[in-house]
Design a protein around this ligand. Structure first.
Ligand code: ADP
Ligand code: MG
Length: 683
């Protein structure tokens, strides 16, 4: 199986389900486009089905919720950042448009405003006491402006807080969500306080004023939703989207694979906020009023429920979730209430006659959410599909290869490794303490360029800590680590990766809910350039880069032959243990490393698999890759390493050739205990 046939395998195979889904989307889109006129059409057919302004307005509201859900989905679904105060950005967008069009802020007129008046941004407002300035920002300018302002607020708010994870972030966002409406309530000269802004301008388009007719708003909402769906998909399937998901799956591993997590999270926050900002403009223009309590905690929760209900991370899912829950509220619950009253009247049941389901929306949403969590946790339309096991044929599309990687293919994957002499990596006197525990005590290790150094030692001797300090995951309490002439200590994990240090983890840290190919693609993150704009517009440069990255990922996966090649699109969590180890090595190779740090790569593998992997590591070495490996199996160590370093209780015990180390008394003692050594001597 070569790369081009694998590329075909990557192209999604259109299943009956895909066709059905596309048909549904097409039909729904057509129905939605025609919807405001369906009432007339029904009348023309002699049917007495009425579609009134109320119904059009209900759907316009549902569309506003859909755009909010799409934005929150980027934050919560893609990047995995639990945001409980998302409505704050909705409020910021709403007030941007509200303040700049309502008759609230009216500074005195002066010639300063003349140019703005010519641009149509302000008008002279005649008053007895003197002329005032009335802001008349166009709705169409307000949409992008609010997006930018909300995104900027997202960045400002995110900078200090996004270092927090999980629950802490949730609490802080909750606070932010509470603060924003309070601020709007307490600057009455700008926002008219709790009473809110009135007389917000209706949009005009080519001289046509929208006023209070829901139909034009409906179409604007439809276009906005379509645009945000498009952007969501473009971002999801890009370098940025993959980085978001990497952070969601495992922030530590994402950092070690070159993802700058603060920047990446800020992007998610900013884009999510921008979506909400635009929706705020739309919503307030439609209502022509804005009050602080339109944007409180219940709104944030409602949007979150829509996202969870629809399927976190699923673009169509969250749109469906928003539509269903919003229409449930505006259509279904009032109808249900009427039926209940009618049934109550005929049964003479007092409770049924008085019940009002629309007033218990929160309760009903809560129940729906609980039921959903019990029976369909992935939401209405899950983001990832269930995987089926491969058939026997599919598993063997490529002949079984035992032994090392093919030299030419390996050389291609590794690229030009500088053939240099001297030490590539030098660890000098590094100490790491965890409280009172000294995990590493003044350790010196040198890895010559092109060499293989093995680190052995009993459990808890500090081997993994050595890797962690080299890759920036734990800080050092002294010493220096130089790589390729540069000091590494003090750099962030993603900066260290960019220098060319890649690693695997002892307890495999893959992006478990992503496919094999995506895991390997994320490995290339630091070597690719595409940013937000490139991802959304998908210009030729971005397209070419993505294609090349895909080909390279397939080249890397192809090294492992039919172990991985038939499983390109499998979710990693479904793979066997040995295959997960292979994917982790593939992901590390994708980062274009100069040195590869392998932490017990053969742990949990059977003897045949161990031998295969040892051969593969050897073929990487033969192509010039420098390797530092932690390994327990002494035959692997002897087979691969030029130099063996033995750690014990955080100190370097011995360093030497594998054979020397193998016979060393101290090493035997450290590994087997004194009694066993003596027994060995006695024998
Ligand atoms: P090895 O990989 O050689 O088995 P480690 O480097 O994982 O050992 O651990 C060395 C010692 O440091 C152990 O005693 C371990 O409990 C401790 N240790 C490792 N990481 C941490 C941490 N993040 N916090 C506290 N103690 C740690
Ligand atoms: Mg370890």
């Amino acid at each position: 199986m070569n790369t081009s046939t694998m590329l075909t395998a990557l192209r999604p195979i259109e299943t009956a389900r895909d066709r059905a889904r596309r048909a549904i989307v097409t039909v729904l889109t057509l129905v939605l486009i025609a919807f405001p006129f369906l009432g007339n059409a029904f009348h023309g057919l002699g049917l007495d089905w009425d579609i009134g302004d109320d119904d059009v307005d209900s759907i316009a509201n549902a569309l506003a919720y859909a755009t909010l859900a799409l934005g929150l989905n980027i934050v919560v679904g893609f990047a995995g950042l639990l945001d409980l105060g998302y409505a704050a950005f909705f409020a910021i967008g709403a007030y941007t448009y509200g303040v700049l069009t309502a008759f609230q802020v009216l500074p005195p007129w002066s010639s300063f405003w003349e140019p703005f008046a010519m641009l149509g941004l302000v008008q002279k407002y005649h008053q007895e006491a003197g002329d005032l300035v009335h802001f008349t920002l166009s709705f169409w300018i307000a949409l992008p402006l609010a997006a930018v302002i909300a995104a900027a607020c997202g960045v400002l708010f995110g900078l200090p807080t996004l270092r927090l994870r999980g629950d802490y972030l949730a609490i802080v966002t909750l606070g932010f969500g509470e603060i924003v409406p309070i601020v709007f309530r307490n600057v009455p000269y700008v926002t008219n306080g709790a009473a809110g802004l009135n007389g917000v301008m209706a949009p005009t388009l080519f001289g046509f004023n929208f006023r209070v007719d829901p139909t034009p708003y409906y179409y604007v909402g439809l276009l906005l939703t379509a645009l945000l769906i498009f952007i969501s998909f473009r971002l999801r399937d890009s370098r940025i989207g993959r980085a978001w998901m990497a952070i969601r799956e495992d922030e530590t591993a994402a950092g070690a694979m070159g993802v700058d997590h603060v920047k990446t999270k800020l992007m998610a926050f900013a884009i999510g906020a921008a979506f909400a900002g635009m929706t705020g403009v739309f919503f307030v223009a439609k209502l022509q009023t804005a009050t602080p309590d339109m944007f409180g905690f219940p709104v944030s929760v409602m949007i979150l429920v829509m996202v969870v209900f629809g399927g976190m991370g699923s673009v169509w899912g969250v749109v469906a979730g928003a539509a269903v829950l919003s229409l449930l509220q505006s259509w279904f619950l009032p109808s249900l209430t009427q039926w209940a009253h009618a049934i109550g009247a005929s049964l003479d049941n007092a409770w049924l006659q008085q019940v009002d389901f629309a007033r218990s929306t929160e309760l009903i949403f809560g129940i729906i959410l609980v039921v959903m969590m019990l029976y369909r946790r992935d939401g209405l339309i899950p983001a990832t599909r269930k995987q089926h096991a491969l058939s026997f044929e599919a598993q063997n599309v490529q002949g079984v290869r035992r032994g090392g990687f093919e030299p030419a293919a390996t050389a291609k994957v590794l690229g030009d490794l500088p053939r240099q002499s001297g030490n590539l990596l030098e660890v000098r006197g590094v100490t790491v303490r965890f409280g009172g525990l000294v995990a590493l005590n003044k350790v010196d290790i040198a890895v010559p360029a092109g060499g293989v150094v093995a680190v052995i030692g009993p459990n808890g001797s500090g081997k993994s800590t050595l890797f962690n300090v080299i890759t920036g995951l734990v800080p050092a309490d002294g010493g220096s680590i130089r790589f390729d002439g540069a000091e590494v200590l003090g750099l962030k994990p993603y900066e260290i990766l960019r220098l060319g240090i890649a690693r695997t983890f002892q307890n495999i840290r893959l992006f478990a809910n992503l496919q094999v190919i995506d895991n390997v693609m994320i490995g290339q993150h630091a070597r690719l350039r595409t940013g937000l704009l490139g991802a959304v517009l998908r210009l030729p440069a971005a397209r070419a880069e993505e294609k090349a990255a895909q080909v390279r990922a397939l080249d890397i996966i192809a090294l492992f032959g039919n172990r991985l090649a038939p499983r390109l699109t499998q979710v990693v969590s479904a793979l066997s243990y040995a295959n997960r180890r292979r994917v982790e090595i593939a992901r590390a190779l994708a980062t274009r490393p100069k040195i590869l740090l392998l932490d017990e790569p053969t742990a949990g593998m059977n003897p045949a698999e161990t031998l295969e992997l040892a051969e593969q590591i050897d073929s990487l070495h033969k192509q010039g890759l420098t390797i530092l490996i932690i390994e327990h199996k002494l035959d692997v160590v002897t087979r691969l390493a030029d130099t063996v370093v033995v750690l014990d209780h955080g100190e370097k015990l011995v360093e030497g050739k594998p054979d020397e180390v193998r016979r060393n008394e101290d090493v035997l003692r450290a590994y087997l205990g004194r009694a066993a050594t003596e027994a060995a001597h006695a024998a």
